[in-house]
Design a protein. Sequence first.
Length: 151
Amino acid sequence: MYADTTKFTELQPGSFIYELPGALHPGLCLDIVRRFEACTHHQYEGRIGQTGGAHPDIKRSTDLRVSGRPEWRDVDQELFGSLAMALNALSAAHPFFTSNSFRDMGYNLQRTRPGEFYHWHVDSGPGEFSQRQLVATWVCFSPEAADSVHC
């Protein structure tokens, strides 16, 4: 892995929002952005919640689910490895994470262009999302396109 876990820091005390600079190798980020842009046939309007509905008041983006797609398996594995590394760092700060298991629900990519947005919200409720305990976001910036892809 690329990141130095000693730089794993909480952004604001008590926020439970952490940052790990370099969680993904810059070359991988560029590859993710390039592949996302080329994979238009699997992109869709940003959705939220268990029903996967579009809610343009909460999220305006272009999304792509990479988990379960053979051509994205390498990216899925890199995201899984990066998350495992971050969870190990989180476990050092919060023993709760050491004694509890987490279920990997897969990974989506999200492109947010200027004028688009993502407002914080909770995807919960009965069913599969009731098991969601943790959300991780990676930010890959593409200076060529001035777009961000959130993994």
